[in-house]
Ligand binder design. Structure first.
Ligand code: NAD
Length: 329
């Protein structure tokens, strides 16, 4: 095992940074960590990894990332963000198709990659199945007939199929997980790409620090989601990569809450009450979304199970430290 060389793309991002650490703790072998951002923008730079800055939209950069005999690829690089970002940057989201396409092509040319992981998303699911706040949970089959999230979701759905056909036609074993809202420390909490859990923490912390307890919520707050803590995500990626699951599978929590309930949790952690106002014109995404975990439990005998309360307490603490450290600089 120690001779293996593993590539994590998007390693300067939220999930990629955690995955590098997870794989190192597991003792998998040598790790190559690639992102296009300068190192001072990576959430985590792990010195034990071979870190590289490459723009993986381009085939030659993908080829460079596989140099030195990489045998496993975790492709997490993508131009993405929360609802505010993906609703307003559809073309940019779709351009990520170049990353997965060129990574697969480079793997085919290089000839040594025997496993390839692709990070897909719950945004591939048909919007018509997500119009009710009481969503019973999206099953894998609910992606078809296709009516994915415009832009970002279509790119993910196309790339899933690209993986499938590279496996069938060129023999690269591909594993695909559909992540449902991942959150935790070392991720985006401001700037426009942040997702709901981090945004709620930031808003409540701002209120706590300023004494102004007014808070705007996007939509009416009754829209539902489930949120997966990062440690469940990295463990799930590892399990799926090592499994025989040769179809896209949900990797998400099935603890569904409304955005108002998410805010209740953050208020409880912070020990304050907010005055909520609702912006019905803001991007709000589908009405109800959660993960049906029947299939992952059947395949792996496991599903994400870290409670939202526990995960949010850790996330809140990290964001609080970041914000107070910035405030004192
Ligand atoms: P992130 O934005 O924190 O990380 C993605 C990283 O990819 C960024 O650091 C970015 O610089 C890098 N990147 C973008 N374009 C690149 C390029 N051309 N070359 C090299 N690097 C490039 O996002 P994340 O939350 O860590 O998400 C990781 C993956 O998981 C993505 O594919 C995302 O679509 C998927 N996903 C995430 C979530 C979630 O809730 N976070 C949900 C569903 C799917």
């Amino acid at each position: 095992m120690a001779s293996e060389k593993i590539l994590v793309t998007g390693a300067g991002g939220f999930i990629g940074g955690h995955l590098v650490e997870y794989l190192r703790n597991k003792g998998v072998g040598d790790i190559v960590a690639v992102d296009k951002k300068p190192y001072d923008e990576w959430y985590q730079v792990h010195d034990y990894a071979e870190n590289k800055i490459l723009d993986l939209q381009y085939l030659d950069a993908c080829e460079k990332s596989l140099e030195g005999g990489v045998t496993k690829v975790y492709n997490l690089a993508a131009d993405m963000g929360g609802m505010g970002f993906i609703e307003n940057n559809k073309a940019l989201c779709m351009l990520s198709v170049l990353i997965n396409t060129h990574m697969l092509e480079a793997a085919r040319h290089q000839g040594k990659v025997d496993r390839f992981f692709y990070a897909s998303s719950a945004c591939v699911y048909n919007g018509e199945k997500q119009q009710d706040v009481n969503n019973p949970g999206l099953k894998e089959e609910d992606a078809y007939p296709a009516l994915a999230e415009d832009g970002y979701g279509w790119e993910k759905l196309f790339s899933e199929r690209m993986c499938r056909h590279f496996e069938e036609d060129f023999g690269i074993t591909c594993r695909v997980a559909r992540f449902h809202n991942v959150y935790g420390p070392f991720g985006t909490y401001d700037g426009g790409r942040e997702k709901a859990p981090a945004a709620m923490c930031r808003k409540v912390i701002t209120a706590k620090l300023s004494g102004n307890h007014k808070m705007e919520i996007w939509g009416d707050g009754e829209q539902t989601r489930s949120f997966m803590y990062i440690d469940d995500c990295t463990l799930g990626v590892d399990k799926i990569m090592d499994s025989d699951i040769d179809f896209p599978i949900n990797l998400g929590s099935d603890e569904m809450v409304s955005i108002n309930q998410l805010v209740d949790i953050v208020e409880d952690i912070a020990g304050i009450k907010m005055e909520r106002t609702y912006n019905l014109d803001a991007p709000k995404g589908v009405r109800g979304r959660s993960s049906d975990n029947t299939l992952i439990k059947k395949e792996l005998g496991w599903a994400p199970d870290i409670s939202l309360r526990d995960g949010m307490a850790k996330t809140y603490a990290w964001i609080y430290d970041q914000m107070t450290a910035k405030a004192t600089v």
